[in-house]
Design a protein around this ligand. Structure first.
Ligand SMILES: [Cu+2]
Length: 621
């Protein structure tokens, strides 16, 4: 199937500009770090004494972005904002000046600091009034790749984000010759409030890839049955992203794909790429055809080096990789949106002005029965044999699910037509070979680990995952059947063992819930405005947080102020994360030592989901 790029007009415009040699003019509108061939990172030394100081000014202005002129919220005049470089062990002084006629805020994503400086209006401070300045002065207790962004309304979507890099006190463990920030984002020329209004009115608005009824009928009877099943779930197998390339232009370091952000190298050099997903709503699959990537850091935390050919980056995650291009040629840095409706693109090259082939967008992925929270042998009557963990009759526990209730048994073998039928457990295991490819084995990816109880989580929820799985060893959506190595969460192992070996004293279980048709997103069926108080944790308490995704899409869940340890089978070497992407029907286990007192936001980092109330406050007392 040929995919028609939604913004071909803009692409032509940018192509013309490139041909006319006008891109230098476009470059001048980008922050220094994004237009200079090498970011200063790695070579920068802190001042001899005193705090490392940065000033950010938030303003509304007309800028050139994504090939056109548009109104944006800028930081020091650009989108993305400036690169903030801090130094572990030194004090930081970050000042935010609000030149808007509305409140503003900046949240320092992944940064350990006193909660009053965390920048979340209504949770940690009142917000920055127009004309006022907010000061965050704190000792820097960590190193790594992070970012910052607005936490006010939908300002993040209109440009209020930028990279933040902290250099380690003891120098870098991994040698590299070049150091580039590669910040991905999604830009729309629509007013974000209009985008949200469209989603509320018709949640599939931007999903024009959806299978239509005539297509289903044309495809014959089995497809017709599938369609009915999916319709009962109020979902479509093509629901991969709420907001797509239909409105988004995907940017790399603020540049349109045809702007071709370029990082220079000399053949044989080791190049560190700091991938940051600063998107409002878009996951990306990143690959550099011809160059294996060695992942050395995730969410700013050093991990044991692991080599891969492609990685999926959820909204708000960061990954640092090291690549060593040896040939005297250009390589394309390709970040395909997970729903494959578009891409961000840049180039690594020995000289400016070079380009390599840009891969075609791959066939769009489809949701599977596993994503629906179905036992993949569903409809057989007996579910026995799946680790003995599945109740014999899943549907009985689900009586009375309300408007969205689905007769699970009736769904039988409903399976999107293009997905291979997983008739038995071994077939499914074979479909998730990523760990084997990286040589790291763990038990049965996708095994059923729990079943859902009778709680339907109320009207704010349309479905429950009948069976829940640990999916940390499974590749992300669309990457199960690619013919190269793919990074999975189970591959991530912290470089240093965790500092708290205690067993969790208490479990907190939270369900990720939603009603797709009404565009309602919540935890346990309740929006932030519907809960009476924060999630309480005792200072120093060792906890297990269990996230159960009852929806059919990934949610990147972000805890402010503290790192969680992802229980991915790595034992004491569990990776530390500030954002975890929970797959559909996944049951994810996180460990946490609640060692940062204060009030912290805890939310889905899909901007419109958070805005709809998929958020909680965690209070450590
Ligand atoms: Cu979400």
């Amino acid at each position: 199937m040929r995919y028609k790029h939604p913004d071909e007009t803009r692409r032509r415009l940018m192509g013309g500009a490139a041909a006319a040699g006008l891109l230098a003019g476009v470059d001048a509108l980008l922050p220094v770090w994004a237009r200079s061939p090498t970011s200063a990172a790695g070579a920068v030394r802190p001042p001899a004494a005193g705090a490392v100081q940065f000033d950010l000014t938030v303003a509304r202005q007309r800028i050139d972005i994504a090939g056109k002129s548009a109104w944006a919220h800028t930081l020091n005049g650009t989108v993305p904002g400036p690169l903030i470089e801090l130094h572990e062990g030194r004090e930081a002084l970050l000042r935010v000046h609000n030149r808007l006629d509305e409140d503003a805020s900046i949240h320092w994503h992944g940064i350990l600091l006193p909660f009053e400086l965390d920048g979340v209006p209504g949770v940690t401070f009142p917000g920055i009034r127009p004309g006022e300045t907010f000061e965050a002065r704190f000792p820097v207790r960590q190193a790594g790749t992070y970012w910052y962004h607005s936490h006010s309304g939908l300002q993040e979507q209109t440009g209020v984000y930028g990279p933040l890099v902290i250099h380690p006190a003891g120098g870098y463990q991994d040698a590299f010759d070049r150091d580039y920030v590669v910040m991905l984002s999604d830009w729309t020329f629509e007013d974000p409030m209009a985008v949200l209004a469209k989603l509320k009115k018709q949640s599939h608005y931007y999903n024009f890839q959806e299978t239509t009824l005539p297509q289903v009928i044309a495809a014959g009877t089995p497809a017709w049955r599938d369609w009915l099943a999916w319709a009962g779930m109020r979902m479509s197998p093509t629901d991969i992203a709420d907001v797509t390339g239909h409105t988004y232009t995907y940017l790399m370091n603020g540049q349109h794909p045809d702007g071709n952000w370029t990082g220079l190298f000399r053949p044989g050099e080791r190049v560190r790429l700091r991938f940051i997903n600063g998107s409002a709503m878009s996951y990306f699959n990143i690959r550099i055809p011809g160059l294996p990537m060695i992942v050395v850091q995730a969410d700013g935390q050093d991990v044991q080096p692991v080599q891969t050919d492609e990685l999926q980056i959820a909204v708000a995650e960061t990954y640092d990789v090291i690549v060593t291009p040896t040939e005297d040629r250009a390589y394309t840095v390709f970040a395909e949106s997970m729903d494959r409706s578009g891409y961000a693109r840049g180039t690594l090259a020995p000289r400016a002005g070079m380009a390599a082939a840009v891969p075609a967008l791959r066939k769009r992925p489809l949701r599977s029965m596993v994503d629906m929270g179905m036992d993949h042998a569903g409809g057989h009557g007996g579910h026995a044999g799946h680790d003995g963990a599945v109740q014999p009759d899943g549907s009985a526990a689900h009586a009375g699910h309300g408007a969205g209730a689905v007769d699970h048994a009736a769904m039988g073998h409903a399976m999107p037509a293009s997905q291979p039928a997983a008739a038995n457990h071994s077939a499914h295991t074979a479909a998730a070979p990523a760990s084997a490819k990286t040589g790291r084995e763990r038990a049965a990816p996708g095994s059923v680990v729990a079943t859902h109880d009778a709680d339907t989580h109320g009207v704010g929820n349309v479905a429950v995952a009948q069976v829940q799985r640990d999916r940390t060893a499974e590749p992300g959506t669309g990457l199960a059947d690619v013919d190269h190595r793919v990074l999975v969460y189970a591959d991530l192992r912290s470089r240093a063992p965790g500092h708290d070996a205690r067993a969790p004293q208490r479990d907190i279980e939270l369900h990720l819930t939603g009603h797709m048709e009404r565009y309602m997103w919540s935890f346990d069926g309740k929006k932030l405005s519907e809960v009476t108080g924060p999630i309480e944790m005792r200072h120093g308490e060792r906890l297990r947080i269990v996230l159960v995704n009852d929806t059919m899409m990934e949610h990147p869940i972000h805890l402010h102020g503290m790192f969680v340890e992802l229980d991915n089978g790595a034992g004491a070497y569990r990776p530390r994360k500030h954002t975890v992407s929970v797959k559909p029907a996944e049951r994810m286990s996180l460990l946490l030592t609640a060692d940062e007192p204060g009030r912290w936001a805890f939310h889905c980092h899909l901007l419109y989901h958070m805005h709809m109330g998929m958020m909680r406050v965690v209070q450590v007392v």
